[in-house]
Design a binder for this molecule. Structure first.
Ligand SMILES: Cc1ncc(COP(=O)(O)O)c(C=O)c1O
Length: 441
């Protein structure tokens, strides 16, 4: 007989206190999220009701989201205070390091000064907990006991499961089939945190069953998994839905990344980078890193260039159209004005599962449309080659998603003729994605 104690009660059965613990937090952990809406020259087009095509009201979103997040979705004030309980949890891994890539510079033989902002040391391995914690907190505060969500590669599902464990919520995840089959470790991670993970499309929802009937061999997509998670939340009065990217409040929460980077670059003596590269799936790590720089461009006239790096296999910004579209396949979500390949677009099963999304954040789409941000598409082979170059120079193995930013930044640095300053968003580590690297090592 073992006298090892039983694990903590699973699935949020025991609710955790939402009160701050009261310990001292480093002053370098941001106290506020930054809202780009305060500085944009034109407002982001509103989300529309899928039936009436009228701008959404709070009551339309109330079945899915807590009021605090609905308010943040349309907020216009420049700074929104981060609740102390959320800051305390952030302090487990924040401030995230900003690292000068000296060895990469030498390998590339570039005169450029390259920095990367590393989000991969969060407990889940990516930037996703920055919003997972905030979303779980506001849901728990308003009495919700369960969250449903979708996930691609599993980074988001793992992050929300982590948040559920820390804040006492049950978490149920629909994971895109191609990733569910290819990346079981993230599912184990979700389960270790007490989350439950299903392969999507599943036979647990009407939308999943309809998709399976029409295309039984589909690899799945984020659009399909979103339909399933939204439907499950809408049918369960105890549950709310949580989205890991795309929506305005998600972009807001991720701005802790760029706000820290502004301070850290100033401390490093390079306060105004010439160019910033971030990978873009639904846009959240990119927005989180770049929006504070974009806000400064708009307010103070700095000219930091901002580049969204998307996969050539799912090129919503570079090949999609800018129009109203659904965020999911079944048409359950509001209509969002965004760069889209069409809600029924099923991207090839590339390794960067987190970039397989047909649409793009309305805020990022708007910034690109206004010419405030550029976009490039990166082939998978180029991205992994860059990931390997980066790993062998800097030690960190980037997440497959992050390699897209690394690739575009390396190409830029190779062509550089001056000591310009380049900043890369390294959104996650790839230690649970190592099989994807097999063909490139
Ligand atoms: C490490 C990592 N980077 C980037 C992304 C893409 O999402 P987003 O564009 O919202 O940052 C994901 C999505 O799962 C991810 O896991």
């Amino acid at each position: 007989m073992s006298d090892v104690p039983a694990p903590a009660a699973p699935l949020g059965a025991e609710r955790r206190s939402l009160e701050p613990l009261g310990f001292e937090i480093p002053s370098t952990v941001p106290t506020h999220w930054y809202n780009l809406n305060a500085d944009l020259p034109e407002p982001v087009p509103p989300h529309l009701h899928p039936g009436t095509r009228e701008p959404l009201g709070p009551e339309d979103l109330a079945p899915l989201f807590p009021m605090a997040l609905i308010a943040q979705e349309v907020a216009t004030e420049r700074y929104i205070e981060i609740p102390q309980t959320v800051r305390e949890i952030y302090s487990l891994w924040r401030p995230a390091p900003l690292i000068r890539a000296h060895r990469l510079e030498r390998v590339l033989g570039t005169p450029a000064r390259i920095y990367y902002k590393y989000e991969g040391q969060s407990p889940a391995g990516s930037h996703k907990p920055n919003t997972a914690i905030a979303q779980a907190y506001y849901n728990a505060l308003e009495g919700t006991t369960k969250l449903t969500t979708e996930t691609g590669a599993g980074q988001w599902g793992a992050s929300l499961s982590l948040a559920g464990a820390l804040l006492g919520l049950t978490v149920e995840v629909w994971q895109v089939r191609s990733s569910y089959d290819a990346k079981p470790y993230r599912r184990f991670q979700m389960e270790a945190y007490g989350g439950v993970c299903h392969s999507s499309p599943s036979d647990l929802t009407d939308s999943g069953r309809a998709i399976l009937a029409a295309t039984p061999d589909t690899t799945g997509s984020l659009g399909m998994a979103i339909s399933e998670a939204v439907e499950a939340a809408a049918k369960d009065p105890q549950a709310h839905y949580s989205l890991g990217s795309v929506l305005n409040h998600v972009m807001l929460h991720q701005t802790v990344i760029g706000q820290e980077a502004l301070v850290q670059l100033a401390e490093a003596g390079d306060p105004v980078p010439d160019i910033v590269f971030g990978c873009a799936g639904g846009g959240s790590n990119l927005a989180g890193l770049t929006f504070p720089f974009l806000g400064r461009n708009l307010r103070e006239g700095t000219t930091t260039g901002l580049v969204a790096c998307e996969p050539a296999a799912c090129p919503s910004l570079t090949q999609g159209t800018y129009r109203y579209d659904h965020g999911d396949v079944a048409g359950l979500t509001p209509l969002l004005k965004m760069h889209t390949l069409g809600a029924d677009f099923v991207p090839p099963a590339i390794h960067a599962g987190g970039l397989r999304y047909h649409g793009m954040s309305p805020m990022v789409s708007h910034a690109v449309n206004l010419g405030l941000m550029e976009a490039v598409a990166v082939e998978q082979d180029e991205a992994f080659r860059a990931g390997v170059t980066f790993a062998r120079a800097e030690g960190i193995i980037p997440a497959p998603e992050s390699t897209h930013a690394v690739s575009a930044a390396i190409a830029h640095a190779r062509a550089a003729t001056t000591d310009e300053v380049i900043l890369i968003g390294l959104s996650g580590n790839g230690v649970l994605d190592l099989p994807s690297y097999a063909d490139y090592v």
